[in-house]
Write a protein that binds this ligand. Structure first.
Ligand code: BES
Ligand code: ZN
Ligand code: ZN
Length: 514
């Protein structure tokens, strides 16, 4: 990971390759539209430009809209050879610039500066005061995420491709301040978790089948000092994990169930995390269309996010016990695949009628959820790329949340705090009713194969496996876990790392407030 430092040296004196300043847009009507305004943090740089920096940037076409980056050669006015002005949108009416704006802007600036080694950010006053700690967190996270790049598999370097920035410093009023230092350290841990998640998602699916994924996750967790257990297919058979086996045994690469424990001394609250680890989803005998099927290499995003969250917890050390349950399988087509019409006895004994082998996520998750509850958690959080219906309903940025109302509200609040929006969705009775099976306890999807309320069917199915009194939430990340478009803000092409930051924030919230 790229190193991040704090600096309270005047940015004009820094021997870096580029300084990033913020630029607000204004609604003022000038001849060329509106003149942008330099954001706090840029004062000394503005003085070095004899008060003509904003004007010069405007001449270059800068308007201050969020994410816009305008580069300028400094020609000796300050030590750094380049200034990059990043748009921060309108001047905030009261309070600081929104964290998410800062996070995206810092990332956009750092990405635009690829090819430079050292970059310093002089963005709106991340002060050590409590109310500004959020700004520092956002700038540091954004800057580090802006340096992310998946190594890939090219045998030759791409001509003209510039390397990511190699070190970042963030300007603060007091670099020795404890809160500021803690925020910088936290940002390094959190963004490393996001990067690890992205790397796993972006790994080609032939390189990351369940046994390999399990080994890599176990290694990462063990390196972090966490306790790990890996169940192989034999152990799963012996244990009666019917859902994981039904999906996983269609592949030559057999399924796994990985358990990771973080148990700090003195913790009283217990959180269970469950994540979908389908290393590739062909759809099985409900085979998906070829076009776009490759993106189903991201169907393990939930498990990747949770494994990375566990590694981060070992460094952040919140006082709460957390255990992760990660079922891993490859949904393939073969002579041993499960088929429509099958009845599967799940872990815990419930019987499920399979109607669509492409609804494999809920099969492996139900087993893991039942297993998780044997350890009597106080909360259960599950995340998965569960349904295409989530993407239709909420799009590519906002996750869907179903479960117990109060916990769903906390998931939503955490998502709002970190810029990973997650929106509560209902589980209507009629959706559940539509999943009544003629032959088993429940059908895996609507028994008439009606796709209405597709995302909600996923929630209804999983709820069947949760004890009534347990606060639980299912976070469907089918859309936001993977970004297919051009890089934007701190999102690069490919895995996004959603909902790593949401989960870490929520776990810290649970550690602090129960
Ligand atoms: N992995 C998919 C869901 C998905 C779709 C994730 C798009 C990311 C992007 C899941 O296993 C699946 O295929 N779900 C089916 C459910 C259906 C068969 C009830 C779907 O969404 O069509
Ligand atoms: Zn599927
Ligand atoms: Zn799937």
């Amino acid at each position: 990971m790229t190193p991040l430092s704090l600096s309270d040296t005047d940015p004009v004196e820094l021997a870096v390759d580029a300084i990033v300043v913020g630029l607000h847009s204004t609604n003022g009507a000038g001849a060329n539209g509106s003149a942008p305004l330099l954001a706090p943090g840029a004062e000394s740089v503005a003085v070095a430009f004899e008060g003509r920096l904003a004007e010069t940037l405007a001449l270059l076409g800068a308007t201050g809209t969020v994410g816009e980056v305008t580069k300028l050669a400094t020609l000796g006015t300050v030590s750094a050879p380049v200034i990059a002005a990043v748009g921060l949108g309108p001047v905030p009416e009261d309070g600081p610039t929104p964290s998410e704006t800062l996070r995206r802007a810092a990332a956009s600036a750092v990405r635009a500066l690829a090819g430079s080694a050292k970059v310093a950010l002089a963005l709106p006053a991340p002060d050590s005061h409590e109310e500004d700690a959020g700004s520092l967190r956002a700038i540091a996270e954004g800057a580090l995420l802006g340096t992310y790049r998946f190594a890939g598999y090219r045998t030759k370097p791409q001509p003209g491709r510039r390397d990511p920035v190699t070190s970042v410093s963030v300007h603060v009023s007091d670099a020795a301040d404890k809160t500021a230092k803690a925020e910088a350290k936290r940002a390094a841990v959190v963004t490393a978790a996001v990067a690890r998640t992205r790397d796993w998602i972006n790994t080609a699916p032939n390189e990351l089948r369940p046994p390999t994924f399990a080994t890599q996750v176990a290694q990462a967790a063990a390196d972090a000092g966490l306790e790990v257990d890996v169940m192989d297919e034999k152990a799963l058979k012996k244990g009666g994990y019917g859902g994981i086996l039904a999906v996983g045994m269609g592949s030559e690469a057999p399924p796994r169930l990985v358990t990771i424990s973080y148990a700090p001394k003195g913790a009283t609250t217990k959180v269970a995390l469950v994540g979908k680890g389908i290393t590739f989803d062909t759809g099985g005998y409900a085979v998906k269309p070829a076009q776009g099927m490759w993106e189903m290499k991201s169907d393990m995003s939930g498990a990747a996010a949770i494994a990375s969250v566990m590694v981060a917890l070992a460094a952040l050390k919140p006082k709460v016990a957390v255990r992760a349950y990660l079922p891993m399988a490859e949904n393939m087509i073969s002579g041993s695949s499960y088929r429509p019409g099958d009845v599967v006895t799940m872990y815990g004994g419930k019987r499920v009628e399979v109607l669509n082998p492409d609804a494999e996520g809920r099969m492996i998750l139900a087993d893991a959820i039942v297993r998780a509850q044997e350890d009597s958690p106080d909360y259960l959080l599950e995340t998965s790329t569960l349904t295409g219906g989530q993407v239709i309903a909420l799009g590519k940025r906002v996750a869907g949340v179903m479960g117990e109302d109060a916990l769903c509200a906390r998931v939503r609040a955490a998502g709002e705090r970190v810029g990973e929006p997650a929106w509560p969705m209902p589980i209507p009775d009629e959706v559940r009713k539509g999943m009544d099976s003629d032959v088993a306890d429940i059908s895996q999807v609507n028994s008439g194969m009606d796709r209405a309320g597709h995302m909600l069917q996923g929630g209804a199915f999983l709820r069947e496996f949760v004890t009534e009194a347990l606060p639980w939430a299912h976070i469907d990340i089918a859309g936001p876990s993977y970004h297919s478009g051009e890089p934007t803000g701190y999102w690069t092409k490919g895995g996004t790392g959603v909902p790593v930051r949401l989960l870490l924030d929520l776990i810290e919230d649970i550690a602090a407030n129960g």
